[in-house]
Design a protein around this ligand. Structure first.
Ligand code: HEM
Length: 144
């Protein structure tokens, strides 16, 4: 029962995280209206919270409920999945810092550096591979 709930929370985190990232990708442009930018600040906070949710449920699945932790610890595909997640988290620092620094702007348009938009695209691209690693490792591929 607990495992089912933790799995549900893992998926919930993943779904919200993905939706937030796609929304950022769609809403963000080089010149973003202040109104849209304020919405983006909220979306980015939701992105952060959902990442924590997915991570916490992932850790519980790893160490507390479900299969024995060795099933994941000794799986190199699982370690790639963790590395990709860490990369996404690291990449997301740059846009988040930009959103926080500019959240109180009162001018009509916020000029967003192209590098922020490219970073969000890179995060999205990496995210595409996460379910692939997950389903492989869940079926025991990559187990040493
Ligand atoms: C956005 C990031 C993530 C995505 C898209 C993702 C995706 C998935 C998916 C689709 C599954 C179901 C696999 C299946 O049952 O076939 C899964 C399960 C799992 N995930 Fe994640 N995950 C993410 C982050 C994490 C993190 C950070 C951890 C570890 C700290 C983690 C640990 C696990 C574990 C232990 C399972 C259970 C696998 C099993 O059924 O044996 N996940 N994940």
């Amino acid at each position: 029962m607990h495992e089912v709930l933790v799995r549900y929370v893992h998926f919930l985190g993943i779904i919200i995280l993905s939706s937030a990232l796609v929304s950022e990708h769609i809403l963000l442009s080089v010149d973003t209206s202040v109104k849209k930018f304020k919405r983006l600040v909220v979306i980015d906070a939701i992105f952060g919270i959902s990442a924590i949710l997915a991570l916490t449920a992932g850790l519980l699945l790893w160490f507390v409920v479900g299969k024995p932790s060795g099933f994941y610890t000794h799986n190199w595909i699982f370690h790639i999945k963790l590395t990709v997640f860490a990369l996404i988290a690291l990449l997301s620092i740059y846009p988040t810092v930009f959103f926080i620094r500019n959240r109180n702007k009162t001018i009509e348009q916020v000029i967003v550096p192209k590098s922020v938009i490219v970073t969000i695209r890179a995060e999205l691209t990496l995210l595409l591979f996460m379910p692939l690693f997950a389903v492989f490792m869940a079926h025991g591929f990559g187990l040493r």
